[in-house]
Design a protein around this ligand. Structure first.
Ligand code: SF4
Ligand code: ZN
Ligand code: ZN
Length: 306
């Protein structure tokens, strides 16, 4: 059997790009280094002290968030932050499995899982909102998740950490470029600074391939949820995912090159936007009343009529 590129141990897996055979320890180190590079970016370029800070880790139970939780946990000894794992129960059936998996993983790591129940806290679930609103399921779901995460992070003076991967970024970039969608291009970022009533957020897996995440989970025996959201077919990035994943198969590293070219050469040209306070909730928005409050009002009016 093949040996690890860095030591005499047998290789357990091969990293995707570059392709290097690695033992368990060195594969884990390879994954940690990617997360660490974002942590260092936050510390040195954004002048944020992570020591003693609380990181709110947004979980779904899926592979990306489970890998993120374990990697952040390993690095917490070195960077001295605390983790606040949180899952939002959106009322979607596939999340039952996700919540169970999150509970198990958090218990194994000695962490306390926070569950935010959308129905009991806000009065609605995602399937209920989708019925009354003209938005697509994923856009409304994304909006609600972003709003809730920010609200909780602001209330707990925490930094939000998300599990978006290199693959996620490239699908978004490609779609937005193809549509000339400057608003999405402007908002695309893997580190967002703190603002008034806006928590800092970052995505430490932005340079990590999903295939490496699957390998990491497999060789470490980490459980994750395979349940699929009933609205999965509505995801606008599905066609881009298929095309880009096939391209990556024949041209190793193309996704990373695309993402780097965008962030290094194209991103700075995107226009900036002015944020103001929502007249109802006070959280940042581009309009007088934020979309969350508008949707919530619509929901309450419909409910009152029923
Ligand atoms: Fe939400 Fe869409 Fe993801 Fe389902 S597939 S959890 S609706 S973003
Ligand atoms: Zn090794
Ligand atoms: Zn609002």
């Amino acid at each position: 059997m093949e040996k690890c590129h860095y030591c005499d141990n047998l290789a357990e897996a091969t990293s995707w790009s570059p392709e290097i055979p690695l033992c368990l320890n060195h594969f884990n180190r390879y994954m940690e280094k990617k997360v660490e590079s974002t942590l260092k970016n936050v510390i040195y370029n954004y002048h944020v002290t992570l020591e003693g800070r609380r990181l709110l880790v947004a979980l779904s139970g899926g592979k990306d968030s489970m890998a993120l939780l374990h990697l952040l946990h390993s690095l917490s000894l070195k960077y001295h932050y605390t983790l606040m794992p949180l899952i939002i129960d959106l009322g979607l059936p596939h999340l039952h499995d996700g919540i169970t998996i999150c509970k198990k993983n958090c218990r194994n790591l000695g962490l306390e899982l926070q569950i935010y129940d959308l129905k009991s806290e806000e009065g609605f679930t995602i399937p209920e909102l989708i019925e009354i609103d003209g938005h697509t399921p994923c856009s409304i779901c994304g909006l609600i998740k972003r709003y809730i995460l920010n609200k909780i992070a602001v209330e707990h003076n925490s930094i939000i950490v998300m599990g978006h991967t290199l693959n996620d970024y490239t699908y978004r970039i490609l779609r937005a470029l193809s549509l000339g969608d400057m608003d999405t291009l402007r908002r695309l970022s893997y580190i967002l600074s703190q603002g008034k009533r806006m928590a800092m957020r970052f995505s430490p897996l932005h340079d990590t391939y999903e295939i490496d995440i699957c390998t990491f989970l497999r060789i470490n025996g980490i459980e994750y949820s395979h349940a699929i959201c009933p609205y999965n077919d509505f995801r606008i990035y599905n066609p881009y995912r298929r095309i880009m994943d096939s391209l990556e198969e024949i041209d190793h590293g193309v996704l990373r090159r695309l993402k780097r070219t965008f962030f290094r050469r194209l991103k700075p040209t995107a226009p900036k936007v002015n944020l103001r306070e929502c007249k109802i909730c006070g959280y940042p928005t581009t309009s007088e009343i934020c979309l969350f409050c508008r949707i919530k009002n619509l929901w309450m009016k419909r409910k009152a009529k029923a």
